[in-house]
Structures are given as structure tokens and as C-alpha cells.
Design a protein around this ligand. Structure first.
Ligand SMILES: [Zn+2]
Length: 170
């Protein structure tokens, strides 16, 4: 059962999606997110996404706007899917591990614990997606936290403490 769990839960997810979003599978039209033009849905397009409960296969209508040259699948929007195959929850889980241990070890542990195989070469990509837009200031301790640490280091000493901020990889 442990070996089969992802095939089972992936299949359950597909059934749940189909039931909960029945209207999305037969959708005939959608609005362009840029110009608001009404777009006619084309033949369904298949997509497989990787989640922590296994692979989920989707077949959903696809719309494209010739004027704006954008394509969209309304079901993807409804489900909140992220671009690419591994979904954000997989990327977030991988990112948590790689902040603690090296990429190779993170990849091995991730596979052991989750049963989801993410190649070690994809670990940096996952981390970068999750960290997109973050700067060193976003991950640095807050002003209050730094002041607390300075006070702790300075307690009972005559000289002022030296503060060093180290951010791995930045
Ligand atoms: Zn448009």
C-alpha cells in the first residue's frame, strides 16, 4: 500500500477535481485576462502535475487570445496550479530541506520521506522558484531580533560586540 499510495491518491485527486469542477471540463469559453475579449475554448489539452500526493493527470479546455498572444486553461487558474510540472507545495518542501542540508542529501531525504522523486539537479530550481523576489533583507533577522541578539552578546561586557550577518549562497 505504501508503494501504491501515490498512484491511489493521485487518482483520487483526479476524481475529486473532476467532481468538484465539473463545469470547467466542459467550459466553452473564457475571458482573456489581458483584453477581456471572449475566447472560444479549443479541444482539451492534457497536463500532468507533480504534487505531494502523486502525479495528477488533467485534461482541460484551453483558450488562447490571438491579439494578446496569451493562452490559458481556466481549470489551472481555478486549481491555483503553478507553471511547470512540480507544484508549489513540492517546491516549498524541497526548499525547506535544502536550507538545512546539501542538495544531494536533500534530494535523497526528500525521496525517502515523501516518496516523490525530485532529481538533485532540480533542487536548486525548486528553491529559486520559492525564493523568487526575496532579497537578503527579506531573509535576515528583524531589527528587533538583531537588537535582542546584540543586547545578549553585550550583556556584562565592557566592549561593544561585533555583529556579523552571514547568508549562505547570497
Ligand atoms: Zn487578449
Amino acid at each position: 500500500m505504501r508503494n501504491l499510495r501515490h498512484a491511489l491518491t493521485g487518482g483520487l485527486t483526479e476524481a475529486k477535481v473532476e467532481h468538484a469542477h465539473r463545469g470547467e471540463h466542459t467550459r466553452q469559453q473564457s475571458r482573456c485576462p489581458q483584453c477581456d475579449r471572449l475566447l472560444k475554448a479549443r479541444a482539451p489539452v492534457q497536463r500532468t502535475v507533480e504534487t505531494l500526493v502523486g502525479l495528477v493527470h488533467l485534461e482541460r479546455p484551453y483558450c488562447s487570445c490571438p491579439a494578446c498572444r496569451v493562452g490559458l486553461s481556466p481549470l489551472d487558474e481555478v486549481l491555483g496550479l503553478s507553471p511547470g510540472r512540480p507544484q508549489l507545495e513540492v517546491q516549498k518542501a524541497a526548499a525547506k530541506l535544502v536550507t538545512e542540508v546539501p542538495y544531494d542529501e536533500a534530494q535523497r531525504l526528500f525521496g525517502d520521506v515523501t516518496g516523490v522523486g525530485v532529481g538533485s539537479e532540480r533542487m536548486p530550481t525548486c528553491t529559486n522558484h520559492v525564493a523568487e523576489g526575496l532579497t537578503g533583507w527579506d531573509v535576515a533577522p528583524s531589527r528587533d531580533e538583531i537588537e535582542r541578539r546584540i543586547a545578549e552578546g553585550a550583556a556584562g561586557r565592557l566592549r561593544r560586540p561585533v555583529l556579523v550577518l552571514g547568508i549562505d549562497g547570497a
